[in-house]
Design a protein around this ligand. Structure first.
Ligand code: FES
Ligand code: FES
Length: 159
């Protein structure tokens, strides 16, 4: 099988690899890099569990080939917290009990992270709209929306 060379930044570290062209980005991150915080749910772009931040945008990594990430800057859930501390977003999720089984949580956090970088003051309606592509079977979404709303406030206050 032909292999293609890629190089990208993952959580601020340079990564180089030779990969089969059909390898999905989510499988590269989980199986080749060992970053298993990103989950695989539906594998066809519906559930949002596999969401990564690629060049600043929330991307479903089950819909992207790893070789398409050549030259890209990727953040996974492992890269969102700095120096072992919870970010404002993670802290708000913790305080609002915005997760139960946690299967969806990495994808929701990366999606919300990308939203707050683009839109620092989203309304609750906007947060609901953006997170409508991330399926959670457990929480009912109210604590998730409240956590994102509160984290936006905390991030603006800290800026
Ligand atoms: S696993 Fe990618 S959207 Fe569900
Ligand atoms: S917390 Fe279980 S799927 Fe969201």
């Amino acid at each position: 099988m032909t292999q293609l060379a890629i190089q990208c930044e993952v959580n601020d570290k340079t990564v180089a690899a030779q990969l089969e062209p059909r390898l999905l980005l989510v499988d590269f991150v989980r199986q080749h890099l060992g970053l298993t915080g990103t989950h695989v749910g539906c594998e066809h772009g519906v559930c949002g569990a596999c969401t990564l931040i690629v060049d600043g945008a929330a991307v479903r990594s089950c819909l992207m080939f790893a070789v398409q990430a050549n030259g890209a800057n990727i953040d996974t859930i492992e890269g969102l917290s700095d120096a072992g501390q919870l970010t404002a977003l993670q802290d708000a999720f913790h305080r609002h009990h915005a997760l139960q089984c946690g299967f969806c949580t990495a994808g929701i956090l990366t999606t919300a992270w990308a939203l707050l970088r683009e839109e620092p003051a989203p309304s609750r309606e906007r947060i609901r709209e953006v997170l409508s592509g991330n399926l959670c079977r457990c929480t009912g979404y109210i604590p998730i929306v409240e956590a994102v709303f509160e984290a936006a406030d905390a991030i603006r206050s800290a800026a």
